[in-house]
Design a protein around this ligand. Sequence first.
Ligand SMILES: O=c1nc[nH]c2c1ncn2[C@H]1C[C@H](O)[C@@H](COP(=O)(O)OP(=O)(O)OP(=O)(O)O)O1
Ligand SMILES: [Mg+2]
Length: 446
Amino acid sequence: MDRLGGRKNNEIRDIKITRNYTKYAEGSVLIEMGETKVLCNASIEDRVPPFLKNSGTGWITAEYSMLPRSTHQRKVRESSRGKVDGRTQEIQRLIGRALRSVIDLKALGERTIWIDCDVIQADGGTRTASITGAFVAMADALYKLYKQKLIKKMPIKSFISAVSVGIVNGENILDLCYEEDSNAQVDMNIVMTDKGEFVEVQGTGEEFPFKKDQLYKLLDIGEIGNKMLIDAQKKALGQISDLILGTKTEVVIATSNSHKLEEIGSILKDFNVEILSMKDVNLQGLEIEENGTTFEENALIKAREVAKRTGKITIADDSGLMVDAIGGKPGIYSSRFAGENATDKENNEKLLKMLSNVNMSKRSARFVSSIAVVFPNNEEFTVRGTVEGKIGFEEVGNNGFGYDPLFIVNRYNKTFGELPSDVKNKISHRSEALEKMKEEFEKRFK
Ligand SMILES: O=c1nc[nH]c2c1ncn2[C@H]1C[C@H](O)[C@@H](COP(=O)(O)OP(=O)(O)OP(=O)(O)O)O1
Ligand SMILES: [Mg+2]
C-alpha cells in the first residue's frame, strides 16, 4: 500500500539542503524533509565551558526550538512561558551528543561550536532533520576555520545523519510525516554515521511492545534512510566532503620532464589533490607537438591533449628562459634552442656563446612558466609566473635542470643550480604560477 504522497515504505521524503541560508552564522543550512523545515545555524565561539578550560579540547552544544507557527496550533514561545520544556531539553541534548560523536574535539582546539536548530515548519521528524542539517552547517563552520588556517585539518571523523522509522498499521516505514507519526504503534529515531555505525537509537513501543526481529527490521530501513541522507549531505557539501573523507581529486601533470614533475609535486604537496604522472595514466612517451606561438598556447595544447585522453583534470607547464640581450630568446624555443633533440648542455653552450660579448650589466633575463589547467568538461584557464635574474658566464651548481646552472637569481645572487630545491621552489616562476593556480582552483570550487 502506498503511503501519503505515494511513497514506498522504505523511501525518505524529498530532501533539500540549502547552504548559506542566512548570512551571519559561520554555517547556515535550511534543511527540508518533505514539509518539515528546520534552520540549522552553527556559530563558533573562541572559548569553552569552565570544565574544559586549559584542556586544549573543544566543545559542541546545541539548542532546539520550534517557532510559534511551526505547528497546526500556535505554540507559546518558551521565552514567554519562562521555561524550557522537557521535550526541548531532551532534543537539544540528543543533537549535541550526536554531533560530538563525530568530531575530534582535541583537533577543534579550545572553541565551542553552538548549534541552533529552529523549526520553521513541523511535519514530523524535526529532531532527526535537525541532526542531518546541523551536520552540514557544522561542516561549513569548520571549513571556515580550516581555510583561515586556525585548524590544521578538518576535525570531522564521520558524517552523521538521523531518520525516524516506525510501525504504522503493522507496516515498517521510513521517515514518518506528522500524520504517520501520530498513528504510529512503534516510533524510533536512528542516528548513524557514514560507516554504518549507530550513535543513538531511541525507540518506544508504548502501545505495541515489539520483538527483536521487528527491531532488526526497523534498524534495516533506518540504515537505508541514513545512507540516502548522508549522500545528500555529501552532494550538498561538494569539495568540502572530499576534504572530510580524505579523498582527493586526481590531477594529471602532463609533462615528459621528470624535473618539472618533481617540482610541481613538491610545490603542490599541501594542496588537496592526488598527483598523477604520465606514467600513472599510461601515457608515458606520448609526444605532443608544441606548435603554439606563446607559452600559454603551448601549455594549453599539452593539457588539452592529456585531459582528452584521460578524462581527468590536467595541468601542463610550458616554460622557458627570456634573455633581454637577444630579444627575449630562446623563449618558447628554450627546450629546442640548439636543435630538435638538444640536451640541456647543448642549449646552455649555445646561450653562452651568443652572449660571449655581452657584459654583466646587460645579461638580464627571466624564467617564465605558464601553467594551463583543463577540466574534463573542457573548462580551462592559464596563469603565469616569472622570476628575474641574469645569465652567468659559466655553469655553476648541479641542482635543478635546464638553464638552472646559468641563471643567477637576483634575490640570492646565486644560480638555481646552487640553491637547494626547496629554496628554488619557493621563489621560482613555476611556484608563482602554481600559487596563482591554487587561488583559481579555490575560486572555482567555492
Ligand atoms: O625551472 C627551470 N629551470 C631551468 N630551466 C627551465 C626551467 N623551467 C623551464 N626551463 C627550460 C627547460 C627547457 O629547455 C624549457 C622548457 O620547455 P618545455 O617545453 O616547457 O618543457 P619540456 O619539453 O622539458 O617538458 P614538457 O613540455 O613535456 O612539459 O625551459
Ligand atoms: Mg616541451
